[in-house]
Write a protein of this length. Structure first.
Length: 166
C-alpha cells in the first residue's frame, strides 16, 4: 500500500515539474505501456486486465486529441486529430472483436509518432543547452586597439600630466 502511494506521489510531482515536451512524451509512453498490457491481458484471456488497460490507453489518446492546437498546429494538428480518431476507432474494434492484431497496429502507429516527437523534443533541448553553454570568449584573441596607438601597443604606461596656466 505504501509503495503504491509513494509511486503515485512521485508521478504527481514529476508531472507538475516537467516541461510540456516531456509531458507529451510521458503520455505516449503511458499509452504504449497500457496497450502492451492490454494485449498481454487478451493473450492471457484475462478480460478484466484487457479492458482496464485498453480503457486507460484510450483515455490517453483522447487526451492527446483534446490538447491539439489547431490554430498553431495547422495541417499537422488536423492530421494528428484524424490519426488519433482512427486509433480510437481501431481500439474500439479491438475491444468488440477481442482482436490483438488491431492493438498491435495501433502500437505501431503510436510508436512512430512517439519516436518523431522524441527526436524533435530532444533536438530542441540540445539546441537550448548549446545556446546556454556557449564558450567564453578566447582570452588570447586580439584585443581592441587602445586609442592613439598602432597595432594595439601601449605607449606610456604612466598617465600624462597636463599643466594649465591661468
Amino acid at each position: 500500500m505504501y509503495g503504491k502511494n509513494a509511486h503515485n506521489q512521485y508521478q504527481a510531482v514529476q508531472v507538475t515539474t516537467t516541461d510540456r515536451g516531456r509531458l507529451l512524451l510521458m503520455m505516449y509512453e503511458g499509452a504504449l505501456k497500457f496497450l502492451r498490457q492490454a494485449k498481454t491481458g487478451l493473450e492471457e484471456n484475462d478480460i478484466g486486465k484487457f479492458c482496464r488497460f485498453l480503457s486507460k490507453a484510450q483515455a490517453i489518446i483522447a487526451e492527446l486529441m483534446n490538447t491539439l492546437d489547431f490554430e498553431k498546429g495547422g495541417k499537422i494538428a488536423k492530421d494528428l486529430d484524424r490519426l488519433y480518431d482512427f486509433m480510437l476507432f481501431y481500439l474500439t474494434e479491438a475491444n468488440l472483436h477481442r482482436d490483438a492484431e488491431r492493438i498491435t497496429k495501433v502500437i505501431g502507429l503510436l510508436d512512430t509518432v512517439y519516436k518523431a516527437y522524441k527526436e524533435i523534443i530532444e533536438g530542441e533541448k540540445s539546441k537550448q543547452r548549446a545556446q546556454t553553454t556557449a564558450p567564453a570568449p578566447n582570452a588570447s584573441a586580439q584585443q581592441p586597439q587602445a586609442a592613439g596607438t598602432e597595432s594595439g601597443e601601449k605607449k606610456d604606461e604612466q598617465p600624462r600630466r597636463v599643466q594649465i596656466s591661468l
